[in-house]
Structures are given as structure tokens and as C-alpha cells.
Design a protein around this ligand. Structure first.
Ligand code: ADP
Ligand code: MG
Length: 288
């Protein structure tokens, strides 16, 4: 039977915007030593803005955004949405032919009969395109047309106001290590991690690599010590399932992430992770 105090704990959590799917997860929170966050949409707002355009020789700035907006027409990735928003013209779907999204890399699309690539350095390497090293820190979207490098766009995300508190409160609670995982470039990941005081940052990860990072951490610790993963995206579902306690951010989170999670934070505040641990500790004190 479930001790009554756990119902009180689940109720207290829900009054704080934290949906706990079972008393076992509330109990597990007491033994958490590692908290792993996804970056985009979890610690950052996940609403990107295009802040720079650097065309290569033979291309011009407006053309870069035009090509990118059309190449990204069918993508639902937040980066693609921000590119379409930044484009000051109407997107003509009849210019776009075959389209293919490459997970963790970017997109490949026919635009005006030309083969357009729009994505990160990994995508350029995959297609053997020599690309420029960016002069700015930000999420970089490189572009190529028919195998020729066309330049890059710089896209910036903002750190959530609440994110610093999320990390400091966990430290105050005696959490041994905070980790951030991201598919984004190392320079971006390191900059966000440094600003927030995250202990460890792993960048340029494909969705499968994020599961591997949890497994590596799992192998290093004792079985009693628990790992939380906090994420929001569709790609995060396997990671949410692999962690001892998977927490989805319900504010912006995808339905798949909410479904796969053990705990759902109903706001977009990552500091509620620390709040959940605090409630779990109080609940245990009452139950025993
Ligand atoms: P995160 O781990 O930050 O949630 P994702 O796994 O969704 O990121 O994507 C990883 C990286 O792949 C992005 O930072 C971006 O560089 C690139 N990428 C993915 N999809 C697209 C796209 N549609 N357009 C451009 N770049 C993309
Ligand atoms: Mg994500």
C-alpha cells in the first residue's frame, strides 16, 4: 500500500505546477545526485531570432535568407520557423521541390531547381562542402547551393530568466552535478553553460548521443544515486525514458515528451525541478 503522506506530496507538487505521475517518482527525487538538462527550450527560450547574415563570394545577404526560408519551408524545427519569420517576403511554395530533413543536421531541399542545403557544420561535412568558420557565437545555419558554399546565418536564442536560479537552487540542495546536453554547436553550449554555472556541457550531440551520455553517467555512479533528465522536445523522448526520473517542461513541451515523462512541469520554469526535490524531501520527512 502507498503511505498517505505521498498523496499529500503529490498534491503539494500539483499546487506548485508540478504533475507527478506516481509516488515512486516522488520518492526517487530524494536520491537524485545528478540533474541533466537539455538546452534548447529547457534552459533557453527556444525562440530563435536571425541576428546575422554572412554571404560567401558570389552571394548576397538577402538571397541567403530567401534561399534558407524556402529550403526550410516544410520544417517544424524552431530554427526553421525563425528563418521563415525573419524573411521579409512571401514564401512561394511552388519554388520548393523535393525536401528532406536530416535529424540533428538540417534540411536538404530543391529550391528553383537547385539543391539547397541549410544546416550546421555536420551537414556541410556530410556533403563535403568547405564552409567558413563563423565570426560570431550563435547557432549557425550554413547554406550551400548545388554543392557550392553560399554563406551562413547567425541565429540567437535567449537564456530563460529563471534558468540561473534553476542551477543555483540545485547546488543549494546539495546536488552533486548539473549537466547540459545539446545538439547545438560547442561554442553556443559552452557560452550558455558558463553563464548559468552548469558543471558539465556536452554539445554537438545527435538524439541518440544524449541517451549515451545518460548511460555513461549511470555507469559511473552507485545504483542508489538517481539521475534526472529535464527536456522538452520530440527528440528527447528516449532520454526522458532512460533517466531514473524524466521531467518534461509542459509549458512549451511536445505531447510526446509529456507522455514519456514521469513528472511534468506545467510552467516554463526549470527552477521547478528544485522545487519538486524540496517537496519530495518534505514528504519523506512526513512519511517516515
Ligand atoms: P537541441 O539538442 O539543441 O534541442 P536538435 O537536436 O533539435 O537541437 O538539433 C541539433 C542541431 O541540428 C541544431 O542546433 C542545428 O544546428 C541543426 N538543425 C536541426 N534541424 C535544423 C533545421 N531544420 N535547420 C537548420 N539546422 C537544423
Ligand atoms: Mg531539443
Amino acid at each position: 500500500s502507498i503511505p498517505l503522506g505521498f498523496f499529500g506530496g503529490i498534491g503539494a507538487a500539483s499546487r506548485n505546477g508540478i504533475l507527478v505521475k506516481g509516488s515512486n517518482y516522488l520518492e526517487a527525487l530524494n536520491d537524485v545526485k545528478y540533474v541533466v538538462f537539455d538546452k534548447t527550450g529547457t534552459l533557453t527560450k527556444g525562440t530563435f531570432r536571425v541576428t546575422g547574415s554572412y554571404p560567401a563570394a558570389g552571394f548576397e545577404s538577402g538571397q541567403l535568407l530567401n534561399l534558407a526560408a524556402h529550403a526550410e519551408l516544410h520544417s517544424t524545427h524552431p530554427i526553421a520557423e525563425s528563418i521563415r519569420m525573419a524573411f521579409n517576403g512571401s514564401i512561394d511554395g511552388s519554388r520548393v521541390g523535393e525536401y528532406n530533413e536530416i535529424s540533428g543536421h538540417g534540411t536538404e531541399a530543391q529550391v528553383d531547381g537547385r539543391a539547397i542545403l541549410a544546416g550546421n557544420a555536420k551537414l556541410m561535412k556530410k556533403f563535403n562542402i568547405a564552409y567558413e568558420n563563423p565570426q560570431e557565437t550563435g547557432t549557425i545555419v550554413h547554406l550551400a547551393a548545388d554543392g557550392q558554399y553560399a554563406g551562413y546565418l547567425v541565429i540567437s536564442d535567449e537564456i530563460k530568466e529563471d534558468a540561473a536560479k534553476a542551477i543555483t537552487s540545485l547546488k543549494e540542495l546539495g546536488i552533486r552535478k548539473t549537466v547540459m546536453l545539446t545538439g547545438d554547436a560547442k561554442a553556443v553550449g559552452d557560452a550558455v553553460g558558463r553563464q548559468l554555472g552548469v558543471d558539465e556541457v556536452h554539445a554537438e550531440l545527435l538524439p541518440g548521443n544524449k541517451v549515451e551520455e545518460i548511460e555513461k553517467l549511470d555507469a559511473k555512479k552507485s545504483s542508489k544515486e538517481k539521475i534526472i533528465f529535464v527536456g522538452d522536445g520530440i527528440n528527447d523522448t528516449p532520454v526522458l525514458a532512460r533517466a531514473d526520473v524524466g521531467i518534461a517542461m509542459g509549458g512549451l513541451g511536445s505531447d510526446a515528451a509529456i507522455e514519456a515523462a514521469d513528472i511534468v512541469i506545467m510552467t516554463d520554469e526549470p527552477s521547478r525541478v528544485a522545487a519538486a526535490i524540496r517537496i519530495a524531501r518534505r514528504t519523506r520527512a512526513i512519511v517516515w
